[in-house]
Design a protein around this ligand. Structure first.
Ligand SMILES: [Cu+2]
Length: 485
């Protein structure tokens, strides 16, 4: 044979390759020859004239079409394409069939714009990459999937010119990535965030009252909808029941919670309650749009427990708003006059109207940091107490990434409870310091940690509560407790 070029996909070491067939497309070949004779240029116009909807020839515009087609089947394994690298003889037409063997929706988008469209689990579709004249990149365009490694590389074997440049995007910087990622927005100013917080209602920070029952039933509807960040910028927020954080649940040790999760979104979602102990396989599984699942757990330990979407990439689903808190009181907790819930989270702004920028999430440098889902909202809408009242703040760090150093300006905490135990209670240190002389200035929390603090303001005034990682407070993790006489 005169043709000794490699024709198949290049399987990764130790991994199974995909079936390849080489179709001798005589008809196409004839069309190509005619096209070259007429135009002296490329195959694409002629193919389009012949009725092919395929995209433009990729890479260098000087390849000679072979008239052959390389066909490759690509599967989904975890958050990767398999194979992730395909060798194609330069000049061959490439057709990639994507079989979505994953557990959530995926697609394959090529750098020239050709796409399979979004495929549900179990579905398959074929994308025509056109005649391959140079190397070509492809990726899954669902939010964060490309950054997780869902990238495919097409190598044009025998191409003489340099590979065609692929566009890059702002905020890019992931290895193996180039082009196609969503754009991003620059960080809003403090004034812009404060102005928006003032015109929007605040998320209710009061801890919902305990119910008489020990059995609690909820339905959580997943939504995906735009939410204003500033007067000129919106982001897409993914929620449980339309708010981020989702509903704050409140119960006692031994209570049972029944949650029906309904996915009203456009992609796979799920939920993971830290407040329960169970095998995650079924209740935490990802469900398709239109599907629902039942999740029942019994709260056997006290705490302010995070819940969140656990669909990959979790960093993106949490950063896009899918988190909330379950407050389970310690058995001997005393009543207080005021109880507030503060959940910190980070925003990594994508393009206007779009979900978070995955590259910013990976870099862990947020544009905005919020208490209860909106920057500075309790500066515009104060939390309140009166002098001498005992105020309990339940605090959760939803992340997805950064720590929280919760502090109330002008106050000291005489009670600090975190992750299962008191370090200080009514001014007595757990370590046995002198009665009434112990206190704390911050409640330190890593991502997903929670606890509560108590303070008794002695004077009227405006007590700012902040993340004492001050750059994060300046990005929005800041509010005011207004104490009146
Ligand atoms: Cu989700």
């Amino acid at each position: 044979m005169s043709d000794e070029r490699p024709t198949g996909p290049r399987a990764l070491p130790g991994r199974e390759g995909s079936p390849v067939s080489r179709a001798g497309m005589a008809v196409v070949g004839v069309v190509v020859v005619v096209a070259l004779a007429v135009t002296g240029l490329l195959v694409r116009p002629a193919l389009a004239a012949a009725g092919s909807p395929a995209p433009a020839t990729t890479g260098t515009p000087s390849v000679t079409p072979t008239g052959h087609t390389t066909e490759v089947t690509v599967k989904v394994v975890g958050m990767a394409f398999m194979p992730s690298s395909i060798d194609v003889p330069a000049g061959d037409r490439l057709r990639i069939t994507l079989e979505n063997t994953g557990d959530q929706r995926h697609d394959l988008v090529l750098a020239d714009g050709a796409t399979t469209g979004v495929l549900a689990p179990g579905a398959r579709a074929t994308v025509d990459a056109g005649v391959i004249g140079g190397d070509l990149e492809g990726w899954c365009s669902l939010p964060g999937h490309r950054q997780m490694g869902m990238v495919i590389h097409v190598h044009a074997v025998g191409a003489t010119a340099a590979p065609a440049p692929t566009p890059t995007s702002s905020g890019d910087g992931m290895p193996g990535m180039a082009g196609g990622a969503p754009g991003s927005s620059s960080a809003p100013t403090m004034a812009e965030l404060q102005q928006e917080a003032a015109v929007l209602p605040a998320y209710p920070a009061e801890l919902p009252p305990l119910e008489a029952t020990t059995e609690h039933s909820y339905t959580f509807h997943v939504t995906e909808a735009p939410d204003p960040v500033t007067g000129a910028l919106t982001r897409q927020v993914w929620t449980y029941n339309g708010t981020s954080p989702g509903p704050i649940l409140h119960g006692r040790i031994g209570d049972t919670f029944h949650v029906t999760l309904v996915n009203d979104g456009t992609m796979g979602h799920s939920i993971d309650f830290h407040a329960g102990e169970l095998a995650p396989d079924q209740p935490m599984r990802t469900i398709e749009p239109g599907q629902s699942l039942d999740y029942t757990f019994t709260a056997s330990r006290a705490g302010i427990w995070m819940y969140h979407c656990s669909t990959m990439p979790m960093s993106n689903h949490i950063a896009n708003g899918m988190f909330g808190a379950v407050v389970i009181e310690p058995a001997d907790l005393e009543p207080v006059e005021r109880q507030y819930v503060v959940v910190q989270s980070e925003e990594y702004l994508g393009a206007d109207g779009q979900p978070a920028d995955p590259a910013k999430i990976a870099a862990m440098v947020p544009d905005v940091v919020t208490f209860n889902g909106r920057a500075f909202q309790y500066d515009a809408h104060h939390l309140t107490a009166t002098v001498g009242q005992r105020v309990r703040f339940w605090v959760l760090d939803a992340g997805p990434n950064l720590a929280l150093s919760f502090h109330v300006v002008g106050a000291q905490f005489d009670t600090v409870w975190s992750e299962g135990s008191y370090s200080v209670r009514d001014g007595v240190a757990a370590s046995g310091a002198a009665s009434g002389a112990a206190g704390a200035q911050v409640l330190p929390l890593l991502a997903a940690q929670g606890g509560f603090v108590e303070l008794v303001p002695k004077e009227a005034g405006h007590y700012a509560f902040v993340d004492h990682a001050m750059s994060l407070a300046e990005k929005g993790a800041h509010g005011v407790l207004e104490v009146t006489p």
